[in-house]
Write a protein that binds this ligand. Structure first.
Ligand code: ADP
Ligand code: MG
Length: 292
């Protein structure tokens, strides 16, 4: 494309809230054959809220929230923020935590008043020998509602399961349909568990998804699609998404996401709306038509 037509395209996209950082990305956007979408914060709002607590060994909900919020005060994960908000709402004061440890893709661990606390997914419980068999169906029910179950253990005993709900963006279904009408293969990636991923994918009409993807595996998935001959667009908001955004043929960052994601991407969806993806592709097509 001529520099002039690219400038016009960049300007048109900007009007739609789509910030294009380089002309090459604008020209590649119309050639994308597969779009990879992160789940949390990309398809969902990324503002999860505690939606329920099921007690196992623990006596009451406030004790569970007080301990888990204390533990999560050292984490910036969206799930951690949901627990902290819930504890604050109930006016609970936090205790100090020793030996805090964030285990990427699994959860958090630490000690409060000499008790050993673990909070995270099923894998974290299994890796630490916490018996959860009696509560798997409880967690499964939460997941089928597209909620994320977080297991909480005190001294290796399951104390409670906390359900966290993160609503799907209102435009997600329509925006994904627009991409599908453009003939794009849509792939969802998430670190979240399989059942929650399945429920979210179904809600938004995505049939191809990969769950329990560790942060470092996201870019490997992009490379795998490229090896299959796909021209890959990647859309994400998190620090976890940065390597995949950089590797993709075109990286799209959610404007409300982390700075690292925005810096790693070619295009930023300023309004956070997923319609920006099909808008960018449309502007790209128009730009290339103008020069032919
Ligand atoms: P995602 O952001 O897509 O959920 P992550 O790799 O950050 O992916 O996390 C994967 C899973 O690990 C989460 O769904 C959650 O079950 C667990 N996890 C990660 N961090 C935390 C945390 N701070 N508190 C509780 N659970 C966590
Ligand atoms: Mg995310």
């Amino acid at each position: 494309a001529t520099p002039m037509s690219v400038m016009v395209g960049v300007g048109k996209a900007a009007e739609a809230g789509v910030l294009i950082r380089n002309g090459a990305a604008l020209q590649t956007a119309s050639k994308i054959t597969a779009m990879v979408l992160d789940k949390t914060g990309t398809i969902t709002l990324g503002q999860p809220k505690v939606s329920g607590i099921v007690l196992a060994q623990a006596k009451d909900e406030n004790e569970v929230l007080q301990l888990t919020a204390s533990l999560e005060s050292g984490s910036e994960h969206p799930l951690a923020l949901s627990i902290l908000a819930s504890a604050k709402e109930r006016g609970l004061s936090l205790a100090s935590v020793q030996n805090f440890n964030a285990i990427a893709g699994h959860g958090v661990a630490g000690q409060v008043n000499g008790r050993h606390l673990l909070l995270g997914n099923e894998k974290l419980m299994r890796d630490n020998g916490v018996a959860i068999a009696d509560y798997i169906s409880t967690a499964q029910t939460m997941a089928q509602r597209a909620e994320t179950p977080m297991y909480f253990a005190v001294d290796q005993q399951l104390a409670a399961i906390i359900a966290v709900a993160d609503p799907i963006k209102e435009e997600a279904i329509a925006a994904i349909q627009r991409l599908q009408k453009n003939g794009l293969r849509i792939v969802m990636l998430t670190g979240d568990n399989r059942a929650t991923a399945a429920a979210v994918a179904k809600k938004v009409g995505i049939s191809e998804y990969f769950a329990e993807v560790l942060p470092q595996q996201k870019s490997a998935k992009v490379a795998e699609l490229q090896a299959q001959g796909e021209i890959v667009g990647m859309t994400g908001d998190g620090i976890n998404d940065a390597p995949a955004l950089a590797l993709a043929n075109v990286g799209f960052a959610i404007g409300t996401g982390t700075d690292v994601a925005i810096e790693s991407a070619d295009i930023t969806l300023m309004r956070g709306s997923l319609h920006g993806l099909a808008d960018a592709i449309a502007v790209s097509k128009a730009t290339l038509r103008n020069i032919k």
